[in-house]
Design a protein. Structure first.
Length: 55
């Protein structure tokens, strides 16, 4: 039973590390790029152009 407890604590620790990494990456990305760049989609522009040609 002790082994499973250690594995559980390790999993919680890893999830905390990954969560912290995601928050740090989010803040880094948010300060590096403008909102216009983050919300634009090149694929969406290409898709819109192909829809115009089919009409």
């Amino acid at each position: 039973m002790q082994t499973w407890n250690l594995i559980e604590y390790a999993a919680w620790g890893l999830s905390a590390v990954f969560g912290l990494f995601m928050v740090v990456d989010w803040l880094k990305t948010d300060t590096s790029y403008s909102e216009d760049v983050l919300t634009s989609s090149r694929e969406g522009e290409i898709e819109a152009m192909t829809e115009e040609h089919h009409s």
